[in-house]
Design a protein around this ligand. Structure first.
Ligand SMILES: Nc1ncnc2c1ncn2[C@@H]1O[C@H](COP(=O)(O)OP(=O)(O)OP(=O)(O)O)[C@@H](O)[C@H]1O
Ligand SMILES: [Mg+2]
Length: 413
């Protein structure tokens, strides 16, 4: 049964604001709004409780690293009291001293703000600092505290010496059994992209790779937020949003928001597939500036070719949960789009182009000739390409459902 609509224009306006707040696309910082990721939350909490090892949290851009690091320690309220959690962002200009003095200052400030000033009696006033000095200061923290230092955007760090010194610090904290847990967070495919000489820190570090979200986790994002309003999504609308999101939670939020706002504009509380379609238009308009150039560089050509179609097929190709696909995975979606059976030879040179300067490196390539895999350099480009393909009628309705659903089924395994 349809929910009872609000009566006044002011009510609708209030609902509009509420939707914009709920689906704001910012990193999650309220436990209530955080969906899924149970295994990762547990792994990180366990490491902090163990008090000896440290965490490296890594994954593709936009998969939810900052959100997870914001939330994991708030899961179990009982221990909350003793947590002192400092977060610092890394910048390209940072060196070891600037980064770690900032981390100490932040930890102390948070301790004081939590009314636990006596837990954090260390110094922060250093012109330069070494790993051993950081370790000695952290050793002054009260044994009842659970101190955590989150170093976010660690991949932005440009200075190699700082990476080496930070790795030394982690090793030293481990060797001296210091209770502070360091969590390094960054965009990376594997740990060695983030940590210099990672073999030497191997035992000191717990790896937490973060993959794209499963279909059920994305559904949970929508359910948790919309349940705080009188609005409802139709099952069809949820399905379309989830399928288009390709495991990327930001899209789930943005498409849900635009769809709900479209329903509100039409004075409806039930959000249907037609609202999701309107949301796609809105999404393309909003993101045109950031994605248009990349898309054009990849597909611009003087010759008659099917670059648009093969790029769309790449975006629809079955991929692993880090977004990687093989040329063979492109065959099926490309054939469906072209409405005739195709082979790798029909689009092989397109893949080469997409992963070269000529094609603006819209794809990155990994592995040698036989084992080559590809993925979108910017994961956000993938849903953009799909939505653009749908809008320009490159795939018809039946092919769309088939390809998208099939894909997601594989992803969810
Ligand atoms: N578990 C979650 N539940 C609900 N929404 C989430 C979750 N994880 C991430 N999101 C949403 O996904 C988007 C990206 O999240 P976040 O900023 O945490 O990712 P990130 O990996 O840190 O991104 P970047 O690589 O750009 O730093 C945000 O809109 C956030 O609200
Ligand atoms: Mg982040």
């Amino acid at each position: 049964m349809a929910a009872k609509p609000p009566l006044t224009a002011d009510d609708w306006m209030a609902l509009d604001f509420e939707i914009s707040r709920l689906f704001d696309g910012a990193p999650v910082d309220e436990e209530q709004m955080f969906a899924g990721r149970l295994a990762e939350v547990t792994k990180m909490l366990r490491t902090v409780m163990e008090r000896s090892r440290h965490v490296v949290l890594f994954g593709e851009r936009g998969v939810g690293k900052t959100s997870l690091s914001n939330i994991f320690w708030r899961r179990y309220g009982k221990t909350l009291q003793s947590f002192i959690v400092a977060r610092v962002q890394t910048g390209p200009q940072d060196n070891f001293t600037s980064l770690w003095v900032r981390a100490l200052e932040e930890l102390k400030a948070v301790g004081i703000a939590n009314g636990r000033g006596s837990y954090v009696p260390f110094e922060t006033d250093f012109e330069t600092i070494t790993p051993s000095q950081v370790r000695r200061e952290l050793q002054k923290i009260n044994a009842n505290a659970l101190p955590v230092i989150i170093i976010d955007e660690y991949d932005k760090l440009a200075d190699r010496d700082t990476k080496v010194l930070t790795a030394n610090l982690i090793k030293e904290l481990y060797d001296f059994s210091v209770s502070t847990t360091v969590i390094l967070v960054g965009v990376a495919e594997n740990i060695s992209e983030l940590i210099e000489d990672h073999a030497s820190t191997d035992r000191a570090v717990v790896q937490v790779p973060l993959s794209r979200m499963s279909e059920s986790e994305l559904r949970e994002i929508i359910a948790k937020r919309i349940s705080q309003t009188p609005m409802k999504f139709s099952p069809d609308a949820v399905l379309t949003i989830v399928l288009l999101s390709r495991g990327l939670p930001y899209f789930t939020q943005v498409l849900s928001k635009h769809a709900a706002l479209h329903a509100i504009d039409n004075r409806r509380l039930n959000i249907a597939n037609q609202d999701v379609e309107a949301a796609m238009n809105r999404f393309i308009n909003d993101t045109e500036v950031s994605f248009r150039d990349g898309y054009r560089a990849a597909t611009r050509t003087n010759q008659q070719s099917n670059l648009h179609q093969s790029l769309l097929a790449c975006a629809l190709a079955r991929c692993d949960d880090e977004g990687f696909f093989k040329a063979t995975d492109v065959v099926e979606p490309f054939s469906a789009i072209m409405k005739s059976p195709k082979r790798i030879a029909h689009f092989e040179k397109h893949l080469r182009r997409f992963s070269s300067d000529e094609g603006g490196n819209i794809l990155v390539r990994r592995g040698g000739d036989r084992q080559q895999t590809f993925r979108f350099a910017d994961p956000m480009m993938q849903p953009y390409v799909i939505i653009r393909g749908i809008q320009t009628n490159m795939i018809d309705e039946s092919a769309k459902k088939l390809l998208l659903q099939k894909e997601q089924g594989e992803l969810a395994i």
